[in-house]
Structures are given as C-alpha cells and as structure tokens.
Write a protein that binds this ligand. Sequence first.
Ligand SMILES: Cc1ncc(C[n+]2csc(CCOP(=O)(O)OP(=O)(O)O)c2C)c(N)n1
Length: 584
Amino acid sequence: MSDQDTGAEVLTGAQSLVRSLENVGADVVFGIPGGAILPAYDPLYDSTKVRHILVRHEQGAGHAAEGYAMVTGKVGVCMATSGPGATNLVTPIADAHMDSVPMVAITGQVGSASIGTDAFQEADIRGITMPITKHSFLVTRPEDIAAAVASAFHIASTGRPGPVLVDITKDALQAQANFEWPRHLDLPGYRPVTKPHSKQVREAAKLIAAASRPVLYVGGGVQKAGAARELKVLAEMTGIPVVTTLMALGTFPDSHPQNMGMPGMHGTVAAVGALQRADLLIALGTRFDDRVTGRLSTFAPLAKIIHADIDPAEISKNRHADVPIVGDAKEVIAELVSLLKADDRPLEIADWAHYLHDLKRRYPRGYDLPEDGSLSPQHVIQRIGEITGPDAYYASGVGQHQMWSAAFLPWELPGRWLNSGGLGTMGYCVPAAMGAKVGRPDATVWGIDGDGCFQMTNQELVTCALEGIPVKIAVINNQSLGMVRQWQTLFYQSRYSNTDLKTNRVPDFPKLAEAMGCVGLRAEDPEDVDSVIEKALSINDVPVVVEFVVHKDAMIWPMVAAGASNDDIQVARDMAPKWDGETL
Ligand SMILES: Cc1ncc(C[n+]2csc(CCOP(=O)(O)OP(=O)(O)O)c2C)c(N)n1
C-alpha cells in the first residue's frame, strides 16, 4: 500500500509508541525514564493526550496502573527502563497476573545488537516475566511497534484480563519507519470464548433445579465481567444463598439477606458453613483458591460443582467440575436466568436458606474492644467505612488490616475494593490508591494500610502530593507485622521473631506525611477516631495520612488454620462453632 492510501507517516519508533498509546486511548502512563527507554520520553513530552505520571519507584508505577485499571475497567499502563527499571516491575506484573488485572507494561531494552552480551542495564525481562504475563513482546524493529502495542492492549483486556509486556529495544525506538496502525490484529490461536455452550448451561440449570442445598460461589470474575446486576437477578429469582470471595466483595451487597459473607481462611461461619454443607456449588468466575477451600480434600465434600469461568485453564484445576462452562460470567448468568425463568418452578430450598440465616445470626462478624482503652483496629476501619460510605473506593495493603477491611467496610457496590488477593503483595495499597484516584478523580479514595506495608511504598505519596492526587491513607499502626505476629501467637508459642516493627514514633507517620507534602494526622484515643476521619474527609486538595495507633494484639477472626479443613474454623481462639447436632 502506498503512503497516501494508509496515511502512513515516517516516525521514529519512539514516536510510533506514543502515537500507538494515543490510538488505543491510553490517557495515563505511570513510569520512570532511564537510558534504554529515554527515546520514548522525548515525544511523550509533547503528547497532549497521554498524561505521564512520574512515580518514585517502578513498583509504584505498576500498582498504580493496576489501581487505575480496577476502577476504570480500562487497561492500566506502566513504563520503565531496561534492567533494574524493568525488574522493579516484576512484583506488580505478578500481582496483576494473579488478580487478572488488565495491564500493559512497556519497558526499554538495550540495543538489539547488545542483547545477550550482559550489556549495561540488560535484563531479560521477557524471560523473567514469562510465567507471570498473559503474553509478551520483544520488539526490535520500529515498524513492529504499532502492532505490538495494539495487540498488547487487546490481549490484556479481552478474555481473562491480565498483564502484557512490551519490551522495546533502544535502537527500535530510535530508528525510523512508516507508522501504520494495524487494521486487523494477527493473533493466531488467541480466541477467548465468551459465549457459553448452551448445552452446558442447560445441564447447569438442571442441576440447580434439582438441588436442595445450592450456593452461588461468586468470585472476582463476576466483578470483572460487570455482571453484578445479572447476579442479583439470578440470586433473587432463585433465592439461592450467595458467598462473595475476597476479590468479589461488593459484587453482591453485603446487606442483602441472601449474602452469607466471604468464605475462606478469614471468612464468616455462615459462608464457610454454606460451602461445606452445600449439595451444589455454582462457582462463577472463581478459582477454588486454597485460601477459600482450606484442605482441598475436605472442601465442600457433598457438593456437585458447576464451574463457569472465562479461562478454561481454571476449570477442574483444583476441584473436578461436574458441569464445566467456559464463558463470560455475564453471558453465563444471563443464560441461566432465562432458562430457569422458562422452567418457572420454585426451588425447594427453604430449609437450607433458613439453616444458613440462622448460622449467620448465631455467628455474626464481631470483635472485642481492647481492655486497656486503646484503639481497636476493627472499630477504626468500621468507622472509616460508616462515615465515608459505600460509594468510596477502598484499597488495602496485605495483612490483618486487609482482612479487617474485607470484614468491616461497607461492601454494597461492585468495583469499590482494591486489594492484592492472589499474590498478597505488601506495598500494594498506597500506589494502587493513587492509580484509583487518577482513574476516579471525583471519588473519595481511601487506602487502609498497615504500618509494615506502608513502609514499603509510601514514597508514592510524594507523587500524589506533586501531581495533585489527594488520596487518603489510614495507617493502622499496631507496631508490628501483625498478620505474621498472629500466626506466631497461634502456632509458634508467641515467640515473636522479627515481627516487632517498633513503630512507636519511628517513623513518626504524620511527620513523614508532612515531609512528603501531605497532611499528617494521628488518633490514639477512641474518642478522636470520628473527628480525625471527618477531618481527613474535609481535606480534598492534598493527600492526607492518618495514623491510628491501635492495640498490638488484636486478631482477625474467624480463622481456618493454613492446611486445615474448613470444618475446623475457629470463631475465636480455641472456639469452634457448634456443628454437632446439625441435621443438614
Ligand atoms: C512483599 C511481602 N513481604 C512479606 C509478606 C508476608 N506478610 C504478610 S502480612 C505481613 C505483615 C504485614 O504487616 P502490616 O503491614 O503492619 O499489616 P498488619 O498485618 O499488621 O495489619 C507480612 C510480613 C508479604 N505478604 N508481602
């Protein structure tokens, strides 16, 4: 084709990259420049469509891209130079892979002639990230950049979303070539199935109609498919009890009487009991993660399994599916709804629903206030949620504060919860909150972080302060790596090896916040909790950090010990629910 036909222009590879990002609608890129990626930063300087946010650590760029993707549903983009820049992206890439977050990571690579010579800042980032990316490209010619970027965005955002790496050599960025935007993507073998097989859905509908103890086991895939409305129709039409996993909180409202809560290691007794006693699990966009199943051989021993997932690799991976369905959760649920509607026979599950409601009533989520009058972390988190409301976005780090956030924040709306569920990445909170606030500038974005996690990535508050990203971060300071300390209390005879962070004024979190251009606040007294939250909510021009100095020994309950059966869930230390005499 002639230049005139295609409107082709001669551009440098770097210009092609920026033009390609503009073409795919990438309006924000989080990154840090360096030698190999430097050519790309020159045309980026001129782009009026792509905002580059200069982070302080590439890990922050990656988690920010995840946060942005989570709240917008678009692909998050991060950019780094070769070698250490690229390797600093490994953690967020792995995180996005585990939690199915659509992300494109663009990295500079040393010149193509130097590849394999241990050149300065050379790292085989494609090799390093091969197992943790959905796909990756190494681009060595400028004419291949547009197609690689277009394909990367398509792959990241379709089917099961995930991270895609585009590694571009410096010479490819510098050389010139015709810029041609691909009309068709050449991706042989990549055909994600979204439409479920009708026969399978019919089989599923039959099992549902015959079940007496069914449960809707709902995972993050339902949230990603934007199928919350369809799920509500299915649940209300059938009356089937629902459990929402950590990744699905808010996909079905917590306040809904059919919601039994979150299953798993720190799930509710009603949710765990529902799975263990079910005769049918309708597993939607969920992956039978070990944190949900506990000891797999004892998980939901009486249940038949309908497993619907967009990724065929998930089906029967951990638990055999009696009815496997490959497809988009929204389409699967919609088809199930129309089949069950046509059948028009009410399910006979009244006893089951009654049993679970009773379980929920007998074992509500709760906590004891510390006897010494110090702050209860659960109370702090609950009040943040109550005062701020369910419409805000909440990110967390990893640890006890994450599980308390899951338990006590108001999960009424889909897509409001950002956390590192699969990889369990400490340091996720601050940069993910930053990305979320960039994606939803008009919304309130809280990060609920631990004092340990916060010390891993708080430098991105400098980015937030300078770039006008007014997030609110609550540091739940229990002066320790609390979740690990809890395990030491329970399983290592309270031998606290290397979990005491001694974070009593070192660092001084409010001062640290102020030094980073944020407002720093602190609450140590239960009486100050509400006013400090309200103060934080009243500041909307700069980021705010609130340190809550809480009791060291608060624990997260209920708990299923790692490797134990869900049947052995403890509601508090040495206190198990009374299953004996249960007739179901
Ligand atoms: C990068 C990383 N390193 C180590 C761990 C193991 N780990 C899980 S939770 C936790 C403690 C987190 O402490 P903190 O941020 O203070 O939160 P808390 O549990 O006290 O709420 C640790 C060390 C991890 N998940 N991620």
